[in-house]
Each structure stands twice: as structure tokens, then as C-alpha cells.
Design a protein around this ligand. Sequence first.
Ligand SMILES: [Zn+2]
Length: 202
Amino acid sequence: MDSKEIARVFEDCGALLTGHFLLTSGLHSDRYFEKFRVLQYPHLTDRLGAELAARLQRRLLLANVTVRTVVGPATGGILLSHVVARHLGPEARSLFTEREEGKMVFRRGFQIKPGEPVIVVEDVCTTGGSVNEVLAAVRAAGGQVAAIGLLVDRSGGRALAAWSGIPVEALLSLDISAWPPSACPLCQQGIPVTERGSRHLR
Ligand SMILES: [Zn+2]
């Protein structure tokens, strides 16, 4: 899949919206990405996961590394980890981290062998914060992060700069602008805020 095909998958299922949005941060934006619009379709998630797995494997082959363990953070990262691991072969495992008293940890008896190479995946990377927490959990469990795979990098490449030395693949890279309401160009044009979940969005 090339980047046009990938963008079309997100747009066709309504994951990538254009309008006038109030974000949970309180900022306004003209784009909105709703990951579960795509993750709700197993077939689409699988197509994207296959592409991400193939790209990550090409990078790992160059480094002569074989990875059999994929880790993602709950909740969306579990789905992505599962489909990526499925495309790494029958021995591949899909693990996930989750929060326990605010800290990202492995539970459920998941184990990583000392020095085991691991792929870390995340559905949407905004600041890189949750990926960094998963990296820390993998290292604390004794594993080595061999590569990072993202469905969407929403940071415009800024989050990736922090992971120099680790191969990173992002299927889609977006640079989404956001403004405080007082500086929002859409508010200044008198455009009403889009009601999310509306059928008339796109
Ligand atoms: Zn606005």
C-alpha cells in the first residue's frame, strides 16, 4: 500500500475528519482523527497491520534482527499489536501493557526473555508519551526495543525525533494544527463547532 491508498482507507471509513472541532485539550482544530472508526473494521485493521508488519520486517531484516514479540498499550494498541504479530508468523506473540495505579506495566503473566527483541506499536501517536511508557515497561521487563510501529503519527514527526537509534515506521503522518478558541481562525470566520458523531461531518 502506498501513502495515498493508506490515507484513502482512513478517509473512507471516516477516521480522518475535516471540520471545526473542540479537542479534549480544550483547543480547536480543523482536523480530527477518530481511530476507532478504522479499528472497528477487522478487515481494514488487518490490511493496515499487514502493511505495518511488512515495513517493520524490512527494517529489521537490514539489522539482521528477528522479532517474535509485539507489544502495544491498551486499548487500541492491543488490536494493532494483535494484527501485526499475526503477520510475523505462527510463533509471534502479541502482548499489551496497561495501567496499574497510573503506571504502564505488564500484567496477565506476560513475560519477556532477557534481551529479547520486541516491536512496540501504537495506534495514534500525539506526543509520544504513551509509546515512551511502553518502551520503559519493555526495558523494565528485560526486553530490547527493536522497532516502533505507528498507525498514525499525529505529531508531524516531532515525537519521532526522541527515538533516534530505533527504527520507526508510521503508516500515516499528520501535522494537525490546534489553536486556543481565542486564536481559532474557524471561530473568527463564524463557522460553528462541528458536533462529533454527527452523520453530516464529512
Ligand atoms: Zn474554533
